[in-house]
Design a binder for this molecule. Structure first.
Ligand code: PEP
Ligand code: MG
Length: 544
């Protein structure tokens, strides 16, 4: 038995088999091949395996996200048969007498570079596909197949690190816990773990060479501990604790259907944060009053190309229909920083968190923005939609956004496509937005305070930097004062204000937020009932 300490990002306990997830960035070495024919046979086997994997992925995607999105796997299958690509690999093995891994890696890089330098945007975007195909072949060659979630029993995923796009692609039903060696508590991967209700630890000093898929482990998200190959006694204690936790959660269930009302009669809204249509189940299960933050960028992550207007429209429409008239606030694309997508071909930046991201991309590349806005305005007909814009720093940006929204409305009218203009609000997540919240409040319908980024920008602390986790204090006096300022400015203009950053989900602060006048808290679905409990046990007027 071995135990390791890390930082918990979601409090919960899990026990089960480990699955070690290795990453794509192989350190491929050039080796002299004694038998080049044997290398060619290995390559053929890896290719056959890749064909089967792509077929499985294609069929799964058709079922879950439709033919359009699944088509990318057909493109990959075609690329895998591309003669120029295959000839280049064969040729390198035979003429240079190198190992198949090396030939695949070099050919993959060469082809990716060639596509990336093309003028045509479609061809440019194929660079990511060639890389993907080459990585798949490499994985198969070195014997690190992908996790097949269909056949996997519920397991604890262990990895060096996980990106948000990897996390969103996982089958949540099959994950008991996440454990990573790196990562920061405020990263989107951590947020996803909280949203998925999954015990998770980061910063656990594991040597992945020594951990094997199939080992048993306990993950304790309360104590920030992982125990490998636990003793029988620890397993018994853990089972008891899992039972107790389940009981506590069941107790919370009695709050379902009850109002979010304080002992002295003040009501507030408690909504849920989600990242995909698939999360709606958790929203309904936990009795949220609405959706306060749908991080729409997750529709773009883990994909090979931009989601079409139709694909987005269908996703938004589904959420609105399932929420049946309850408020659904969809945040427009917040790509950039830790949420990177290959097909956006964003340049590498020195300070991505302070870089080309979110609304900045949308205003500079309005075609991307307009596709999303068209889908949103069309979907608005099917429920109670609000749109929210991220990373705002000026009134000019809001003016520009409204101009683009006007254009979209005109286009839809000309095309006689039914649409509705929903309520429009902004995220307050930069100190600049806080300071001009008085002016901004006149322009928009509501504010939602993004304390994750607001903390990062106010305290000058990169939320991705695990070394700074101890300094990252979203309860800093400066942040609390900012929240009060934003609430006062919003109310002065008759606008409502919510908090959708992780701070809003801290039950110890619920009382303060309600007293400050916050109208809505949007939290991970798993936190809805806990916050409801805190609201129902407090008084706005101090006791006594
Ligand atoms: C925030 O910054 O607080 C927020 C809710 O947005 P995200 O975490 O997606 O950046
Ligand atoms: Mg943010």
């Amino acid at each position: 038995m071995q135990s390791f300490l890390g930082k918990p990002v979601y409090k919960g306990i899990a026990m089960g088999p480990v699955v070690v997830l290795k990453h794509d960035d192989f350190q491929v070495k050039r080796k002299k091949a004694e038998d080049t024919e044997a290398e060619i046979i290995r390559l053929e086997q890896a290719k056959e395996q890749a064909e089967k994997q792509l077929q499985v992925l294609h069929d799964k995607a058709v079922k879950e996200v439709g033919e359009d999105s699944a088509a990318i796997f057909e493109v990959h299958q075609m690329m895998l048969e591309d003669e120029d690509y295959l000839d280049a690999i064969h040729n390198m093995i035979q003429t240079e007498g190198v190992n198949a891994e090396y030939a695949v890696a070099v050919t993959g890089d060469n082809f990716a570079e060639m596509f990336a330098s093309m003028e045509d945007d479609y061809m440019k975007a194929r660079a990511a596909d060639v890389k993907d195909i080459s990585n798949r072949l490499l994985k198969n060659l070195v014997g690190e197949g992908e996790i097949d979630f269909r056949s996997m029993e519920p397991s604890i995923i262990v990895a060096e690190d996980l990106s948000p796009s990897e996390t969103v692609q996982m089958d949540k039903e099959k994950i008991l816990a996440f454990v990573t060696v790196h990562g920061s508590t405020n990263s989107h991967t951590a947020i996803l773990a909280r949203m998925m209700n999954i015990p998770a630890l980061i910063g656990v000093p594991l040597n992945l060479e020594e951990i094997h898929t199939g080992m048993k482990a306990v993950v304790d998200g309360f104590q920030g501990k992982m125990i490998l190959e636990p003793t029988g006694e620890i397993c018994r204690q853990t089972s008891d604790r899992i039972g107790e936790e389940t009981e506590k959660l069941q107790l919370l269930q009695t709050l379902k259907g009850k109002e979010n009302i304080t002992l002295d009669g003040k009501k507030i809204n408690i909504y849920a944060n989600i990242g995909s249509v698939g999360d709606i189940g958790y929203v309904l299960e936990n009795d949220a009053g609405g959706i306060g933050l749908f991080r729409s960028e997750f529709l773009y992550l883990g994909k090979k190309d931009f989601p079409s207007e139709e694909e987005q429209f269908q996703a938004y429409k589904k959420v609105l229909q399932m929420m049946a008239g309850k408020k659904v606030i969809i945040r427009t694309l917040d790509i950039g920083a830790d949420k990177q997508v290959d097909y956006f071909t964003l340049e590498k930046e020195d300070n991505p968190a302070m870089g080309y991201r979110a609304i900045r991309i949308c205003l500079k590349q309005p075609e991307i923005f307009k596709t999303q806005l068209r889908a949103l305005l069309r979907a608005a007909v099917f429920g109670n939609l609000s749109i929210m814009y991220p990373m705002i720093i000026s009134t000019e940006e809001v003016t520009q956004i409204y101009e683009i929204v006007d254009q979209v409305q005109r286009e839809l009218e000309e095309e006689q496509i039914p649409y509705k203009l929903p309520e429009q609000g902004i995220m307050i997540e930069t100190p600049a937005a806080v300071m001009i919240s008085d002016e901004l409040a006149e322009m928009v319908d509501f504010f939602s305070i993004g304390t994750n980024d607001l903390t990062q920008y106010t305290l000058a602390i990169d939320r991705q930097n695990a070394k700074l986790d101890d300094f990252y204090n979203p309860q800093h006096k400066a942040i609390m004062k900012m929240i009060q300022m934003v609430v006062d400015n919003a109310h002065k203009h008759g606008k409502w204000v919510g908090i959708c950053g992780e701070l809003g989900a801290n039950p110890e602060l619920t009382e303060s937020f309600v007293r400050m006048g916050v109208d809505e808290l949007s939290v991970a679905p798993s936190m809805i009932l806990k916050i409801r409990k805190a609201v129902r046990e407090m008084k706005v007027l101090p006791k006594g």
